[in-house]
Design a protein around this ligand. Structure first.
Ligand code: AMP
Length: 273
Protein backbone atom coordinates (compact mmCIF):
# COMPACT_ATOMS: atom_id res chain seq x y z
CA UNK A 1 0.00 0.00 0.00
CA UNK A 2 1.23 3.50 -0.76
CA UNK A 3 0.92 5.71 2.30
CA UNK A 4 0.41 9.24 1.02
CA UNK A 5 1.23 11.49 3.93
CA UNK A 6 3.59 9.26 5.82
CA UNK A 7 5.01 11.03 8.89
CA UNK A 8 8.79 10.66 8.56
CA UNK A 9 9.79 11.31 12.18
CA UNK A 10 10.41 8.29 14.38
CA UNK A 11 7.97 8.08 17.28
CA UNK A 12 9.36 6.86 20.59
CA UNK A 13 6.92 4.99 22.84
CA UNK A 14 7.88 4.08 26.39
CA UNK A 15 4.48 2.86 27.58
CA UNK A 16 1.77 0.61 26.13
CA UNK A 17 -0.58 3.63 25.97
CA UNK A 18 1.91 5.63 23.89
CA UNK A 19 2.51 2.62 21.68
CA UNK A 20 -1.25 2.10 21.16
CA UNK A 21 -1.67 5.76 20.20
CA UNK A 22 1.12 5.60 17.59
CA UNK A 23 -0.08 2.20 16.40
CA UNK A 24 -3.60 3.56 15.85
CA UNK A 25 -2.31 6.42 13.70
CA UNK A 26 -0.87 3.91 11.23
CA UNK A 27 -4.44 3.12 10.17
CA UNK A 28 -4.71 0.41 7.53
CA UNK A 29 -0.98 0.21 6.81
CA UNK A 30 0.86 -3.06 7.50
CA UNK A 31 3.45 -3.17 10.28
CA UNK A 32 6.70 -5.14 10.41
CA UNK A 33 8.43 -5.52 13.76
CA UNK A 34 12.03 -6.18 14.80
CA UNK A 35 12.56 -6.97 18.51
CA UNK A 36 16.10 -6.31 19.78
CA UNK A 37 18.10 -5.92 22.97
CA UNK A 38 19.92 -2.86 21.58
CA UNK A 39 23.64 -2.14 21.12
CA UNK A 40 22.62 -2.11 17.50
CA UNK A 41 24.97 -3.17 14.72
CA UNK A 42 24.59 -3.79 11.00
CA UNK A 43 23.03 -7.20 11.69
CA UNK A 44 20.09 -5.55 13.44
CA UNK A 45 19.89 -2.90 10.73
CA UNK A 46 19.77 -5.57 8.01
CA UNK A 47 16.64 -6.92 9.74
CA UNK A 48 15.16 -3.42 9.76
CA UNK A 49 15.85 -3.07 6.03
CA UNK A 50 14.17 -6.40 5.32
CA UNK A 51 11.23 -5.34 7.49
CA UNK A 52 10.88 -2.12 5.48
CA UNK A 53 10.68 -4.09 2.25
CA UNK A 54 7.85 -6.25 3.61
CA UNK A 55 5.48 -3.70 5.14
CA UNK A 56 4.31 -0.08 5.04
CA UNK A 57 5.64 0.66 8.52
CA UNK A 58 8.42 -0.62 10.77
CA UNK A 59 8.52 -0.84 14.55
CA UNK A 60 11.65 -1.76 16.53
CA UNK A 61 11.89 -2.42 20.25
CA UNK A 62 14.90 -2.30 22.52
CA UNK A 63 14.49 -4.21 25.75
CA UNK A 64 17.17 -6.13 27.61
CA UNK A 65 14.94 -8.90 28.92
CA UNK A 66 15.85 -9.97 32.47
CA UNK A 67 13.98 -13.30 32.30
CA UNK A 68 16.26 -14.76 29.62
CA UNK A 69 19.46 -14.23 31.61
CA UNK A 70 20.60 -16.69 34.26
CA UNK A 71 21.85 -15.12 37.53
CA UNK A 72 25.49 -15.74 36.52
CA UNK A 73 25.05 -14.22 33.04
CA UNK A 74 25.71 -10.73 31.71
CA UNK A 75 22.35 -8.96 32.29
CA UNK A 76 23.93 -6.09 34.24
CA UNK A 77 26.91 -5.61 31.95
CA UNK A 78 24.96 -6.07 28.67
CA UNK A 79 25.81 -3.00 26.52
CA UNK A 80 23.15 -0.29 26.66
CA UNK A 81 23.55 2.41 23.99
CA UNK A 82 20.05 3.85 23.67
CA UNK A 83 20.91 7.26 22.17
CA UNK A 84 23.17 5.89 19.45
CA UNK A 85 20.66 3.13 18.73
CA UNK A 86 17.80 5.63 18.31
CA UNK A 87 19.89 7.67 15.84
CA UNK A 88 20.66 4.59 13.76
CA UNK A 89 17.01 3.56 13.66
CA UNK A 90 15.81 7.03 12.73
CA UNK A 91 18.33 7.07 9.86
CA UNK A 92 16.84 3.75 8.66
CA UNK A 93 13.38 5.33 8.52
CA UNK A 94 11.93 3.34 11.42
CA UNK A 95 8.45 4.60 12.28
CA UNK A 96 8.05 3.49 15.90
CA UNK A 97 10.72 2.76 18.50
CA UNK A 98 9.38 1.00 21.58
CA UNK A 99 11.57 1.44 24.66
CA UNK A 100 9.71 -0.22 27.52
CA UNK A 101 10.97 -0.48 31.09
CA UNK A 102 10.78 -3.72 33.05
CA UNK A 103 7.51 -2.52 34.68
CA UNK A 104 5.86 -2.02 31.33
CA UNK A 105 6.64 -5.56 30.17
CA UNK A 106 6.25 -7.29 33.55
CA UNK A 107 3.73 -5.12 35.45
CA UNK A 108 2.77 -7.98 37.74
CA UNK A 109 6.22 -9.40 38.29
CA UNK A 110 8.39 -11.67 36.22
CA UNK A 111 6.33 -14.87 36.40
CA UNK A 112 6.38 -16.69 33.09
CA UNK A 113 3.06 -17.45 31.34
CA UNK A 114 4.16 -19.84 28.59
CA UNK A 115 6.89 -22.37 27.93
CA UNK A 116 9.10 -22.85 24.88
CA UNK A 117 8.12 -25.84 22.70
CA UNK A 118 10.14 -28.94 21.90
CA UNK A 119 12.45 -27.30 19.34
CA UNK A 120 14.02 -25.56 22.35
CA UNK A 121 15.33 -28.92 23.57
CA UNK A 122 19.10 -29.46 23.36
CA UNK A 123 21.67 -27.05 21.87
CA UNK A 124 21.27 -23.70 23.72
CA UNK A 125 18.95 -25.17 26.36
CA UNK A 126 21.57 -27.70 27.46
CA UNK A 127 23.77 -24.80 28.52
CA UNK A 128 21.18 -22.08 29.20
CA UNK A 129 18.19 -24.04 30.59
CA UNK A 130 15.91 -21.05 31.28
CA UNK A 131 16.86 -19.03 28.22
CA UNK A 132 14.12 -19.91 25.71
CA UNK A 133 11.33 -19.80 28.32
CA UNK A 134 12.43 -16.21 28.98
CA UNK A 135 12.60 -15.49 25.26
CA UNK A 136 9.12 -16.81 24.39
CA UNK A 137 7.57 -14.94 27.30
CA UNK A 138 9.09 -11.61 26.40
CA UNK A 139 8.42 -12.01 22.68
CA UNK A 140 4.81 -13.01 23.39
CA UNK A 141 4.35 -9.90 25.56
CA UNK A 142 6.07 -7.68 22.99
CA UNK A 143 3.90 -9.14 20.20
CA UNK A 144 0.76 -8.40 22.25
CA UNK A 145 1.93 -4.83 22.72
CA UNK A 146 3.15 -4.06 19.18
CA UNK A 147 0.55 -6.14 17.28
CA UNK A 148 2.56 -6.37 14.05
CA UNK A 149 1.61 -8.21 10.87
CA UNK A 150 5.07 -9.71 10.51
CA UNK A 151 8.15 -9.98 12.73
CA UNK A 152 11.74 -10.42 11.56
CA UNK A 153 14.31 -12.52 13.44
CA UNK A 154 17.93 -13.27 12.55
CA UNK A 155 19.17 -16.67 11.42
CA UNK A 156 22.23 -15.89 13.53
CA UNK A 157 20.15 -17.18 16.46
CA UNK A 158 18.86 -20.11 14.46
CA UNK A 159 17.35 -22.14 17.28
CA UNK A 160 15.63 -18.99 18.56
CA UNK A 161 14.07 -18.46 15.13
CA UNK A 162 12.68 -22.03 15.28
CA UNK A 163 11.44 -21.54 18.86
CA UNK A 164 9.60 -18.32 17.96
CA UNK A 165 8.11 -19.89 14.83
CA UNK A 166 6.84 -22.78 16.95
CA UNK A 167 5.50 -20.44 19.62
CA UNK A 168 3.47 -18.49 17.07
CA UNK A 169 2.00 -21.76 15.76
CA UNK A 170 1.30 -23.19 19.23
CA UNK A 171 -0.29 -20.02 20.55
CA UNK A 172 -2.14 -19.31 17.25
CA UNK A 173 -0.64 -15.83 17.09
CA UNK A 174 -1.55 -14.16 13.76
CA UNK A 175 1.95 -12.86 13.02
CA UNK A 176 4.14 -14.09 10.17
CA UNK A 177 7.71 -14.85 11.27
CA UNK A 178 10.45 -14.12 8.77
CA UNK A 179 14.09 -15.22 9.08
CA UNK A 180 16.89 -12.93 7.89
CA UNK A 181 20.40 -14.07 6.86
CA UNK A 182 23.32 -13.56 9.25
CA UNK A 183 25.26 -10.33 8.76
CA UNK A 184 29.02 -10.83 9.08
CA UNK A 185 32.15 -8.69 9.19
CA UNK A 186 34.75 -8.86 6.42
CA UNK A 187 36.28 -11.93 8.10
CA UNK A 188 33.01 -13.79 8.33
CA UNK A 189 32.51 -13.15 12.05
CA UNK A 190 28.78 -12.99 12.79
CA UNK A 191 27.98 -9.50 14.06
CA UNK A 192 26.84 -9.56 17.68
CA UNK A 193 26.36 -7.03 20.47
CA UNK A 194 28.56 -9.30 22.59
CA UNK A 195 31.48 -8.81 20.18
CA UNK A 196 31.90 -5.50 22.04
CA UNK A 197 33.25 -7.51 24.98
CA UNK A 198 36.14 -8.96 22.93
CA UNK A 199 39.74 -7.72 23.14
CA UNK A 200 41.79 -7.36 19.94
CA UNK A 201 43.41 -10.74 20.57
CA UNK A 202 40.07 -12.40 21.26
CA UNK A 203 38.61 -10.91 18.08
CA UNK A 204 41.27 -12.67 16.05
CA UNK A 205 40.23 -15.99 17.59
CA UNK A 206 36.49 -15.19 17.36
CA UNK A 207 36.86 -14.86 13.59
CA UNK A 208 37.81 -18.54 13.41
CA UNK A 209 34.42 -19.73 14.65
CA UNK A 210 32.70 -19.29 11.29
CA UNK A 211 35.68 -20.81 9.49
CA UNK A 212 35.58 -23.92 11.68
CA UNK A 213 31.80 -24.30 11.28
CA UNK A 214 32.12 -23.91 7.49
CA UNK A 215 34.68 -26.69 7.52
CA UNK A 216 32.33 -28.88 9.58
CA UNK A 217 29.51 -28.14 7.12
CA UNK A 218 31.79 -29.43 4.35
CA UNK A 219 33.34 -32.46 6.05
CA UNK A 220 30.68 -33.42 8.59
CA UNK A 221 33.46 -34.06 11.14
CA UNK A 222 32.06 -32.31 14.22
CA UNK A 223 34.58 -33.74 16.66
CA UNK A 224 37.50 -32.43 14.61
CA UNK A 225 35.80 -29.03 14.54
CA UNK A 226 35.52 -28.96 18.33
CA UNK A 227 39.24 -29.79 18.61
CA UNK A 228 40.15 -27.19 15.98
CA UNK A 229 38.27 -24.51 17.93
CA UNK A 230 40.26 -25.30 21.06
CA UNK A 231 43.47 -25.21 19.01
CA UNK A 232 42.48 -21.80 17.62
CA UNK A 233 42.29 -20.53 21.20
CA UNK A 234 38.67 -20.87 22.30
CA UNK A 235 38.53 -21.67 26.01
CA UNK A 236 35.50 -23.96 26.06
CA UNK A 237 33.16 -25.44 23.45
CA UNK A 238 29.53 -25.78 24.52
CA UNK A 239 28.47 -27.61 21.37
CA UNK A 240 29.09 -28.22 17.70
CA UNK A 241 26.04 -30.06 16.38
CA UNK A 242 23.94 -30.47 13.28
CA UNK A 243 20.22 -29.76 13.12
CA UNK A 244 17.89 -28.24 10.52
CA UNK A 245 20.53 -29.00 7.88
CA UNK A 246 22.94 -26.63 9.63
CA UNK A 247 26.02 -26.89 11.75
CA UNK A 248 25.44 -24.90 14.92
CA UNK A 249 28.17 -24.01 17.39
CA UNK A 250 28.64 -22.21 20.69
CA UNK A 251 32.03 -21.49 22.21
CA UNK A 252 33.59 -19.36 24.93
CA UNK A 253 36.39 -16.84 24.73
CA UNK A 254 37.14 -15.78 28.29
CA UNK A 255 33.84 -14.55 29.67
CA UNK A 256 32.25 -14.09 26.25
CA UNK A 257 30.04 -16.75 24.72
CA UNK A 258 29.72 -16.71 20.93
CA UNK A 259 27.27 -18.62 18.74
CA UNK A 260 27.04 -19.11 15.00
CA UNK A 261 25.62 -21.52 12.44
CA UNK A 262 26.29 -22.42 8.83
CA UNK A 263 24.04 -24.13 6.27
CA UNK A 264 25.26 -27.58 5.25
CA UNK A 265 26.05 -27.93 1.60
CA UNK A 266 23.16 -29.93 0.09
CA UNK A 267 25.56 -32.17 -1.85
CA UNK A 268 27.49 -33.05 1.33
CA UNK A 269 24.26 -33.76 3.24
CA UNK A 270 23.02 -36.03 0.43
CA UNK A 271 26.36 -37.92 0.29
CA UNK A 272 26.26 -38.51 4.06
CA UNK A 273 22.87 -40.24 3.90
P1 AMP B 1 19.54 -9.28 19.96
O1 AMP B 1 19.57 -7.79 20.09
O2 AMP B 1 20.88 -9.93 20.06
O3 AMP B 1 18.48 -9.91 20.83
O4 AMP B 1 19.09 -9.58 18.46
C1 AMP B 1 17.90 -9.04 17.94
C2 AMP B 1 17.64 -9.68 16.62
O5 AMP B 1 18.72 -9.42 15.74
C3 AMP B 1 17.50 -11.21 16.70
O6 AMP B 1 16.47 -11.62 15.82
C4 AMP B 1 18.84 -11.68 16.23
O7 AMP B 1 18.81 -12.96 15.66
C5 AMP B 1 19.18 -10.63 15.19
N1 AMP B 1 20.62 -10.57 14.93
C6 AMP B 1 21.61 -10.42 15.83
N2 AMP B 1 22.80 -10.46 15.23
C7 AMP B 1 22.57 -10.67 13.90
C8 AMP B 1 23.38 -10.81 12.75
N3 AMP B 1 24.71 -10.78 12.81
N4 AMP B 1 22.77 -11.00 11.55
C9 AMP B 1 21.42 -11.05 11.46
N5 AMP B 1 20.60 -10.92 12.52
C10 AMP B 1 21.15 -10.73 13.72
Amino acid sequence: MFIKDKDKTMKIARTIEELDAFREKLGEGTLAYVPTMGALHDGHLSLVRLARKKCDYVAVSIFVNPTQFAPDEDFNSYPRTEKEDAKKLEAEGVDILFLPTENVIYPEGKDLDIKAGNVAEGLETTFRPAFFDGVVNVVNRLFNAVKPDIAVFGEKDFQQLQVITQMVENESIPIKIIGAPTARDENGLALSSRNLYLSEDELVIARKLNIALREAAKTGDLEATGKALLDYGFDKIDYVETRWNRVLGAAWLGKTRLIDNIAIDEKVAAAAQ
